[in-house]
Design a protein around this ligand. Structure first.
Ligand code: TXA
Ligand code: MG
Length: 507
């Protein structure tokens, strides 16, 4: 049986708020982002909880208090599809000199034996230096979170430690680890080198939560010119500039209107791009000669670390040849642009999988010029009604909005209710939900068994790529419900299906 990688989670202050001795389940609240993080992490790791509960030995807690709390946590996680393989509890105090208290590796060795876990591939996430020490004691990797007691003990950590805000941010680092021999220092070093490369005017492909970007120093014209060359992108198509914080965004614009700021505060870091009036620092080549610049703080720790290391804003379009399907895994970038890019940071699979929503603030009424990872409804909740530029009009009003985009080489047909009538040997089906087995498609890709729009968005580009490699005559697809993320998915499907030639004649 294949050895697996384990993820050992501390409990209090890491996955739930540290509310002192917990005697009652009503005192339990999950730290924001925990469910999303664990859902992603369990695709690669077997999950465990390892917790010190010295309150039992000191008489502040009973064993059944601890059990009740643990059972509640396990049930809540299970209700969200998250499986905790085992929960290990040390009930002693430090002075009891037991074998099982963290940072002693007793429980990790037990897990390794019982569940066939390779500890060298394993990770500990916790809010106490003893969690990091525990990882080191078994030859694994540790990620320190600043929730719980994290802030209080940070000075006790060695300077090489990976420190993040919460478990959600820890997940980005952890999910990239398998691509770096599970060596967190190696990943950190790679980001440092990549930051230096950006500073020197070179290109770096990097993960974001939406798609992989092909990045260069946004203030260096020669570096930007290389992006257009490598992608074969027309220079009339402006680039999005990625920054690490709101102050850095402010340094590139002449005005940051209040509504734009409200959106930034709510959704950054995240899949939202704001178009604002640019200042002189931003080269015209980046904005295709427009007096506005597109800005975004990506919600991915590796991307943010890269921007911080580079210490300059990073202009980045999606890292694919112009017009083709956007990359959501490092291997997609490697397959298509590998010969032209020296550095590709492998952050695993992008978890949103759909490009950012672009909101322009250069007109009186803010306008959505590309639907994306943040649903339009959520934007309107913050800033009120926005103009929605029609798919067909976008190209004439806004730069870089081409009728054909995100396309496979294989012809894509959007079918209606008649989807069942289109059959044949070399027909592929891209299905939103479970597909009927009685149809003889040459290949079938299912976007989400449970018809979940965010799962479908995350799978869309990989599914399209796989079908495109099947040498099919045609791929048929039905549009998804036109709401929430469905609006962005349908936008991409329509563009992918468009056979018309683009402005550049590219087809
Ligand atoms: O999620 C994303 O947004 C990804 C990741 C890498 O951040 N990036 C991305 O970039 O999708 P790209 O190059 O594929 O799309 C950039 C689009 C342009 O095609 C254009 O429509 C719009 O952003 N854009 C950029 N600057 C603009 C400007 N100054 N005015 C109007 N539209 C602009
Ligand atoms: Mg803790």
């Amino acid at each position: 049986m294949k050895e697996k990688a384990g993820l050992f989670l501390d409990r209090d202050g890491t996955i739930i708020e540290d509310n002192g001795f917990l005697r009652d389940t009503s005192q339990i609240s999950f730290i924001p982002g925990t469910l999303e993080a664990l859902k992603c992490l369990q695709r690669e790791y077997t999950l465990f909880i390892v917790t010190n509960q010295p309150g039992v030995a000191s008489g502040d807690l009973s064993l059944s208090d601890v059990d009740n709390v643990n059972n509640y946590i396990i049930e809540q996680l299970a209700a969200n599809g998250i499986i905790i393989q085992a929960i290990y509890v040390c009930i002693h105090r430090l002075e009891d000199e037991c074998d099982c208290i963290k940072p002693k590796p007793y429980f990790l060795h037990k897990a390794a034996k019982e569940w066939n876990i390779n500890l060298n591939l394993s990770v500990v996430i916790g809010d106490h230096p003893h969690d990091i020490e525990l990882a080191n004691n078994v030859g694994g990797s540790g990620v320190y979170v600043l929730t719980g007691h994290g802030g209080k003990h940070i000075d006790e950590l060695s300077h090489e430690s990976i420190v993040v805000q919460r478990i959600k941010e820890a997940a980005d680092w952890v999910l990239a680890l398998p691509n770096y021999e599970n060596n967190i220092q190696k990943l950190k070093e790679e980001l440092y080198q990549a930051g230096a490369a950006i500073k020197q005017g070179r290109l770096v492909a990097f993960p974001t939560e939406t798609v992989y970007g092909l990045g260069a120093n946004a203030l260096d014209i020669d570096a930007i010119a290389q992006i257009f060359e490598v992608k074969r992108r027309p220079r009339i198509d402006p680039l999005i500039v990625h920054i690490a914080d709101i102050d850095q965004a402010k340094s590139l614009v002449t005005e940051f209107t209040e509504s734009a700021m409200n959106l930034a505060r709510k959704f950054w870091p995240g899949p939202l791009t704001l178009i604002l009036p640019k200042n002189n620092l931003v080269p015209d080549l980046v904005t295709a000669g427009h007096q506005s610049v597109a800005l975004r703080i990506p919600d991915n720790q590796l991307a943010l670390e890269l921007i911080r290391q580079a210490a300059v804003p990073i202009a980045a379009p999606s890292a694919n040849p112009f017009g083709y399907i956007s990359p959501t895994k490092a291997e997609h970038v490697l397959q298509q642009l590998g010969e032209k890019i020296q550095i590709i940071i492998d952050g695993g699979t992008c978890n949103v999988g759909m490009e950012s929503t672009i909101v322009s603030f250069v007109t009186d009424i803010p306008a959505i010029i590309r639907p994306g990872g943040i649903p339009v409804e959520q934007i309107e909740q913050i800033i009120g009604p926005v103009a929605k530029v029609k798919h067909q009009q976008r190209n004439s009003i806004y730069p870089g909005q081409f009728p054909r985009h995100y396309s496979p080489q294989t012809q894509l047909i959007i079918a209606g209710q008649d989807v069942e009538t289109i059959t044949g040997n070399r027909i592929g089906l891209l299905s939103f939900g479970p597909a009927y087995e009685n149809k003889s498609y040459a290949a079938i890709e299912i976007l989400s068994k449970s018809r979940d729009l965010s799962e479908a968005a995350a799978n869309l580009y990989t599914a399209l790529r796989r079908l495109d490699m099947e040498k099919l005559d045609v791929i048929v697809v039905q549009l998804v419900p036109d709401e929430g993320l469905g609006i962005a998915i349908n936008d991409r499907l329509r563009k992918a299906a468009n056979r018309s030639k683009n402005v550049t004649g590219q087809d």
